[in-house]
Each structure stands twice: as structure tokens, then as C-alpha cells.
Ligand binder design. Structure first.
Ligand SMILES: Cc1cc2nc3c(=O)[nH]c(=O)nc-3n(C[C@H](O)[C@H](O)[C@H](O)COP(=O)(O)OP(=O)(O)OC[C@H]3O[C@@H](n4cnc5c(N)ncnc54)[C@H](O)[C@@H]3O)c2cc1C
Length: 489
């Protein structure tokens, strides 16, 4: 009688795909049965996903299960403490190996290291790979051996050193023992219900949805990406962020396809390069957080923790609800709430408004984004919020204050974006769409708008708020001079 070899546990986390999945490929190479498992661990230690992320997870797990079933396998679902559930599965099945793609967020990384250490002590083989970044943190370091703190040299070094792994589709058949019990995703209540505000989430989570989004972008937005990515009223960016966050496609596949579009002459090379550079911010943010884990809660530049933030509950609520009286800010916050996503240019504008015009701590904004974004990602969210606050490593200086009116006029000149998300002022002519309070009384009357009745008057005067922010900054540093509007590039 032949005994079945001990299975390998394939621990899925934020790598919810079968193609280009190093842990899956290595598990398949062992020739042993594979136990694909996802553990829903909402315990302390690692930041829990926000509500919009859980919405995504719900759908992505179902899609992954379908893909596994098509290969003769299935996704085993367990909930509870990660180490405890892995041990339970090991006891139940006799598995003696755990393969995973690494998470690089500091808390998850530390937890996984503890789990690996403990399991190895008990004779279990534990192995991890990079399946989510162009280059694992630490893969490129400065000449003096430290982590990069400035984006441009980081990206240059990354592109010079890191190599795309070969494209793989994963095994055609996956042998998974049928006797192992799984929980049901329905029982996890990941989809919001009190209230269910996800009616406007127009996304297709999962590997197939990610491929579709990439194809769509290659044939449309990429051609004019460098300009289009800054036009919130047009579909100019890839919208790949939630797919990338959940690991539904490998970033190197994205880079390869984008570069191929350029080498085939379908898009200008400069557009492809610009896109790859933006994608690099994802690696940059993650490696920064990995090397400086305190960044999740404290300013990268510690002097910024002395900022005299205000507790402005009314202002914070107006910001969250999209009722600040600044149309581009309100449009962004409503897009976020309705769709679980916000355009990058507008993320910068609304973040600057919160941190500078309202003088509210960036951590409050980061937490709101964390709960409401389908692409909420610790490295990207924390790094970008600190970038806006001026406290990150390679940050926009604090004295650069985004002017919501001129930003709106520049990047949403015809007001398409604002009209879509702030319909109560849609009838205003373009000239006043980004500053309704400056419109003459008869223009407002003709457009049927009563300011303060149909749409709020600005909750702060931007000029005064800017001066107040710069005053507050004096607490932090007296060495910099005030400047005007900021553009990231
Ligand atoms: C305050 C603030 C908070 C943010 N929070 C997040 C977050 O939680 N999760 C997140 O994925 N992005 C975050 N971003 C970055 C950026 O806004 C989004 O990645 C982008 O809007 C996603 O849309 P896209 O996929 O169409 O981007 P594209 O322009 O098509 O870019 C392609 C990919 O590159 C990466 N990327 C692009 N810009 C950035 C950037 N500035 N930083 C890091 N990666 C980038 C993303 O993975 C993105 O999907 C934040 C930006 C700001 C200003």
C-alpha cells in the first residue's frame, strides 16, 4: 500500500491569484498534495482591513475559490489566530510544510516571522517568497547600505537591478485532499450590511477582473497616461490599485505588458515609462514602511509630531461627508464613499485640505481612507498621507498648500468631475463651478442654487486657512519659506 505524501499548506494572504504565484509554483514543484488556505485573522497585532477592503476580500476569495475549483482544488477557509489555525490544519492533515508569499508591512512581517520560527521549532518547513513587489524590501539599498529615502534614486536602482520573474500560469491540476473542512465565506459577513453602502462599487474583484482592467487600460488610458492621470473627470489611470493590493496580478506582469505596448508601437515609450515610475511609488512606500515601521503612527520626520493639530469635529465631519463648500474636495470625498476609490489628484487635494486648511492630524484622514478605500494599503496610505503632511521621507514640503479652487480649475477645467459628484451645483457655468461663492447672485439664482441652502458656503476661507497652517508650521521649523500651489511632479 502506498501512503500519500504529507501535504503542503499554501497560505494565501494578499496574493489572491494562481498566475505568477511563486508560493503556488514552489508548492506544485514538490509534487505533494496542496492545501490552499485563507485565514481570516481579525485578532490584535496586525491592522485589520477596513470595511471597503472587506467588501473586496469577500468577492476576491470567491473568485479564487472558483479558479481553484476549475483546477480540481478549492479554497479552505478558516477564521481565528493565524498560528493557531495553521497548527490545527497541520494536526488535522499531517501537513509538514507551509509556503506563502510574504507580507512586508511591519506588523504582518513580524507576526509571520514569529509563526515561522515557532513552526520550524516543531519540524515544519516554512518558506516565503516575494509575490507582490517589483523588488523585496532590502533588495536595493544605497551605496552606504541603508534604505533609500528618496524616490528617484530608489527607482533608478530598482530598475537597474530587479528582474521580472518568468511568467507562469500555475499548475493545470491541483491535488487537494477532499476531507479537510472549510468555513463558508457567507458566514464571515464581510459584505457591509449596517448599512450596505456598497451599491456604487463598480468593480470586479479577482484575477480575471484584474486582467480585464489591465487590458482595458492598455488599449485606452495608457496612450495619454502622463496627462490623463491628472484629469479626474476622464478615465485616464489604470484603476489597478485594489487588484494590486490584493495580489490579483503580479506588478511585473503589469510592467511587461505596458512595456510591450510601447515596443509594439501601440503607445509612446514616454507614457509607458511614466506609468512604470508611478507603479514604483508602490514599492518605494512599502520598503520605506518596512524599514521605518514607526511611520504608521508617528511622523517620519519627528519634528512634525509637534504640529498643533486642531480637534475640529465639525470640520472633520464636513470633510468626510463632502460638505466643505469646496466643490473639488466634496466631489472627491463623495466619489470615495460611493465607489470605494478616489482619483489620485483629488486624493492629494482632499488630503491637503484636511491637514492644512482644517489643520486636522493626517492620522485621522489616513484612518478614514483606510476604512473607505477598496485599495487601502498600509504602505501607500501612510506614506502618501505623510507626503502631503510634509513629514514623510521624500515629501512635499509642508509650506506647499494645495489651493482647491485653482487645482479644480486646472485639472477639471470643464467641471465634469465636480458636476458628476456634486450634482446640486451642476447648473453653474464653468467659470464658477470650482468657486460657487464667487458667482454673482443672479448666476446662482439662474442656476437654482441657494448657497448655504442647496450647497454649503466654504467652511474655511482658503487664504486665511493657508496663513494659519503656515503659522502652525513655525512650531515645527522656521527654516523654510512659504511657497505657492504644489504639483507632485
Ligand atoms: C492621501 C493619499 C492616500 C493614498 N492611499 C493609497 C492607498 O491606500 N492605496 C493605494 O494603492 N494607493 C494610495 N494612494 C496612491 C494613489 O492615489 C493610488 O495608488 C492611485 O490613485 C490608484 O489609482 P490607479 O490604480 O488608477 O493609479 P495609476 O495611476 O494607474 O497607477 C498605477 C499603480 O501605481 C501605484 N501608484 C500610483 N501612484 C501611487 C502613489 N502616489 N503611491 C503609491 N503607489 C502609487 C498604484 O499601485 C497604482 O494602482 C494614495 C494617495 C494619496 C495622495
Amino acid at each position: 500500500m502506498t501512503t500519500r505524501p504529507a501535504p503542503v499548506i499554501l497560505w494565501f494572504r494578499r496574493d489572491l491569484r494562481l498566475a505568477d504565484n511563486p508560493a503556488l509554483n514552489h508548492a506544485a514543484e514538490t509534487g505533494r498534495p496542496i492545501l490552499p488556505v485563507y485565514i481570516h485573522d481579525m485578532g490584535p497585532g496586525v491592522r485589520r482591513p477596513g470595511a471597503a477592503s472587506l467588501w473586496w476580500l469577500d468577492k476576491s476569495l470567491r473568485a479564487l475559490d472558483d479558479s481553484l475549483k476549475a483546477r480540481g482544488s478549492r479554497l479552505i477557509l478558516r477564521s481565528g489566530d493565524s498560528e493557531g489555525e495553521l497548527r490545527r490544519l497541520i494536526d488535522e492533515t499531517g501537513a509538514d510544510a507551509v509556503f506563502m508569499n510574504r507580507l512586508f508591512d511591519p506588523d504582518a512581517f513580524a507576526r509571520d516571522a514569529d509563526i515561522a520560527h515557532a513552526l520550524k521549532e516543531d519540524g515544519v518547513e516554512v518558506k516565503g517568497w516575494n509575490g507582490s513587489l517589483l523588488c523585496r524590501p532590502g533588495g536595493v539599498m544605497t551605496g552606504s547600505g541603508g534604505p533609500y529615502k528618496v524616490f528617484t534614486p530608489f527607482m533608478k536602482a530598482l530598475l537597474a537591478k530587479a528582474e521580472a520573474p518568468p511568467h507562469t500560469l500555475g499548475p493545470r491540476e491541483i491535488d487537494t485532499p477532499t476531507s479537510v473542512k472549510s468555513e463558508a465565506v457567507d458566514d464571515w459577513s464581510l459584505h457591509p450590511d449596517k448599512p450596505d453602502w456598497s451599491g456604487g462599487f463598480d468593480w470586479t474583484p479577482g484575477e480575471a477582473g484584474a486582467s480585464e482592467a489591465l487590458s482595458d487600460f492598455l488599449s485606452k488610458g495608457l496612450k495619454t497616461y502622463s496627462v490623463g492621470r491628472d484629469r479626474p473627470g476622464e478615465p485616464g489611470s489604470s484603476r489597478l490599485s485594489p487588484h494590486l493590493h490584493w495580489g490579483e496580478l503580479h506588478p511585473w506582469r503589469v510592467v511587461e505588458q505596458v512595456r510591450k505596448a510601447a515596443s509594439d508601437g501601440r503607445v509612446p515609450a514616454a507614457e509607458a515609462d511614466k506609468f512604470v515610475a508611478e507603479l514604483g511609488w508602490r514599492d518605494f512606500s512599502t520598503q520605506l514602511l518596512h524599514h521605518f515601521p514607526r511611520m504608521t503612527d508617528t511622523a517620519f520626520r519627528p519634528e512634525y509630531d509637534a504640529m498643533p493639530w486642531l480637534t475640529d469635529i465639525k470640520g472633520f465631519n464636513a470633510w468626510k461627508k463632502g460638505l466643505t463648500g469646496y466643490p473639488i474636495v466634496d466631489a472627491g470625498m463623495r466619489q470615495l464613499w460611493t465607489t470605494g476609490w478616489m482619483h489620485n489628484r483629488v486624493r492629494m487635494i482632499v488630503a491637503s485640505f484636511l491637514v492644512k486648511d482644517l489643520l486636522i492630524d493626517w492620522r485621522k484622514g489616513e484612518a478614514w481612507f483606510w476604512d473607505t478605500l477598496v485599495d487601502a494599503d498600509l504602505g501607500n496610505n501612510v506614506q502618501n498621507w505623510q507626503w502631503i503632511a510634509g513629514s514623510s521621507a521624500d515629501a512635499s514640503p509642508y509650506f506647499r498648500v494645495f489651493n482647491p479652487t485653482t487645482q479644480g480649475a486646472k485639472f477639471d477645467a470643464k467641471g465634469q468631475y465636480v458636476r458628476r459628484w456634486v450634482p446640486e451645483i451642476a447648473a453653474l457655468p464653468d467659470k464658477w463651478i470650482h468657486a460657487p461663492w464667487t458667482a454673482p447672485a443672479e448666476v446662482l439664482r439662474d442656476a437654482g442654487i441657494g448657497l448655504g441652502r442647496d450647497y454649503p458656503k466654504p467652511i474655511v476661507d482658503h487664504g486665511e486657512a493657508r496663513d494659519r497652517a503656515l503659522d502652525a508650521l513655525k512650531v515645527v521649523t522656521r527654516s523654510r519659506q512659504p511657497d505657492d500651489d504644489s504639483d507632485r511632479d
